[in-house]
Structure formats: C-alpha cells, structure tokens
Design a protein around this ligand. Structure first.
Ligand code: AKB
Length: 313
C-alpha cells in the first residue's frame, strides 16, 4: 500500500511543486494538499485538498486521522522580509506550526516529518564564504531566529521522543511556476519575470550582494532524497546545509543578457539589503553530500535558460 502524505502550506512557492512531484510518485489520492487558501488549478484539480490552518493542532489532527497520514511536510511559514514587519505573527506561525507537527510525531500519530530551515539561521558573525554546517549562529532577523530555534526543537524531539524529523537549510529558491512571497531572495525570481515581460528590472538589493541560490527542481530533489534516506545515516538532526550556486544580482543580469541582449538592471536597495548582508555568500554542504549523496544539477546558466524558456511561453 502507498503511504499517505499531508503537505501543510501546499499552495506556496515550494509547496506547489512539492505536492505535484509527490503526487506523481505516490499517486494523486495519497497526497493531501492543504493551505489557508486555495492554490492554482493544477494543484487543486490533481488530488485532495483541505483548507487548513497550520497553527490549529486539532484541525491538523482531524485531517491526519481521516486520511491515515504517515508523513507530513510542513511548508507553511512567514519569510524573512514579511517577518520583519510582523514579528509576533511570524513567530507564532513559524513556531506554532512546527510544534503542532512535532507533537503529532511525539504522539505517534505520524511517522516522519519534513520541516524546512534556511540560510537565515546564520548571522553576520558566521564565516561568509562556504559557511560551515556547524559554526557561530547569531541570526539577526525574526525569521532567522525562528528557524534557529526550530532547528533546536527538532534535535530535542528527535533525541527525547524519537521523532523522525528531517530538515534542510534552503538557500534562495528560483522557480517559474509559483511566485515566492515575502522573502529577501525573491529578487532572483522577479528579475526573470521582469526580463521576460519588460526587458528591465529594478533590484531591491545592491550590486555585489552575493547569496546562495538554488533552482526549484534541485530543491525538490534534495527534499525527497533526504526523506528517502536511511535514518541511521543521518548525522544531522538540526538541519542540513544545502548548496547549489551563489551569485550577485549583476551576475544574473549578465546571464539574462545572453538571451535578451538589451536587458537592463538598475538598483534601488531597500530594508531587505540589511537582511541579505547578514546572510552567507556561499554554503559548505559537504555533510549533505556525505550522508545522503546530495549533488546539485542546476548552475546559473542552466537556471536562466529554464526560467526564460518557461516564462516566455
Ligand atoms: C527568504 O528570502 O526569506 C527565503 C530564505 C532564504 O529562507 N527565501
């Protein structure tokens, strides 16, 4: 029998593509999408959907019991830029939803959990280049603080209650299907959309702001690879560093110019610059490579080709 899976926050940037991939692997009826709002037609039409608030324990428990859910992917979160505007709402959503799924694991109502962390767990005092898996972590954003605390809770629930929770620290994610919302790395999606639509883009980060990034196909593959991995091989129960590529806005602009010669970028940095400045330039993901065979497939050139080809269709 196929396992039944629940995705909380299925209509967001990662959730949408994750749900579709899980449905193609395990069968549409075994993968239950849920969110506080409905998603796009492909997601809504391809399998079961539940309107569900990830901060409501009883509501999640009802859905888990009803569909006999074994695995939960918790993708609901408030991202870095929005979280700076609504600190308490961000804390309550990011931590409340995590406690809900961890407690379902503790109660043995589900077997396995995926919860995403982020490069935001690092602050300005961590090494900028090839930021190690284990290093000084002094996040300076509301979002980063919630992710770092969440990582510690994951370790605690694993050690104390044997909850099989797995996690990666996503870099900025680039995709053409669903828009990101409220992140600092969102510029790397906007730039392709504006390039395809208008041939120009005003960037909210300044030139030279190098950040770790990843194409969505790699992110989904990494997520499923970690979830499929033999639990005994996992040496990290906080969250794995995950890398693919690193670049600054002008480097994406140059790679777009190979396809759209007259594409122009201008810079108008806002409050998100300070957030970006506190994050790593690049990531050392050797633990993920060693423990579960992680290896990215998309570099900047390949990402640019995929993005522009699909956005222009
Ligand atoms: C954000 O920019 O907030 C996210 C992240 C890097 O976690 N994309």
């Amino acid at each position: 029998m196929e396992k039944s899976i629940l995705i909380l926050g299925a209509c967001g940037q990662i959730g949408t593509e994750l749900t579709l991939e899980l449905r193609s692997r395990y069968g549409n009826e075994h993968v239950i999408a849920s969110d506080i709002r409905e998603g796009d037609a492909q997601l809504m039409d391809s399998g079961p959907f539940e309107l569900l608030d990830a901060t409501n324990y009883e509501a999640i428990e009802d859905v888990v019991m009803h569909y006999e859910i074994e695995e939960v992917y918790l993708m609901a979160a408030m991202l870095s830029a929005t979280a700076e505007k609504f600190p308490m709402r961000a804390w309550n959503l990011n931590m409340g939803s995590l406690f809900n799924v961890l407690n379902l694991g503790k109660e043995r109502k589900i077997d396995k959990i995926f919860w995403p962390s982020s490069i935001a767990v690092f602050g300005s005092n961590a090494p900028k280049e090839k930021t190690p898996q284990n290093t000084l972590m002094e996040p300076s954003t509301v979002y980063g603080i919630s992710k770092q605390a969440g990582e510690n809770w994951c370790v605690y629930y694993f050690r104390k209650f044997g909850v099989d929770v797995r996690s990666v620290r996503y870099p900025g994610l680039i995709s053409w299907k669903t828009l990101p919302g409220g992140g600092t790395t969102d510029y790397a999606v906007e730039i392709y959309r504006k390039a395809a639509e208008q041939g120009k883009y005003t960037c909210f980060l300044k030139e030279g702001t190098k950040l770790p990034m990843m194409y969505m196909d790699d992110a989904i593959r990494a997520t499923l690879q970690l979830m499929d991995a033999d639990g005994d091989k996992l040496t990290i129960r906080s969250s794995y560093n995950l890398g693919a590529m690193s670049f600054a806005p002008e480097e994406i602009a140059e790679s777009i110019q190979k396809h759209i010669a007259d594409f122009q970028i201008t810079y108008q940095p806002d409050f998100r610059q300070e957030i970006a400045d506190s994050w790593p330039n690049s990531i050392d993901d050797s633990s993920a490579r060693r423990d579960w065979g992680w290896s990215p497939e998309f570099n900047l050139e390949k990402t640019t080709s995929e993005m522009l080809e699909n956005l222009r269709k």
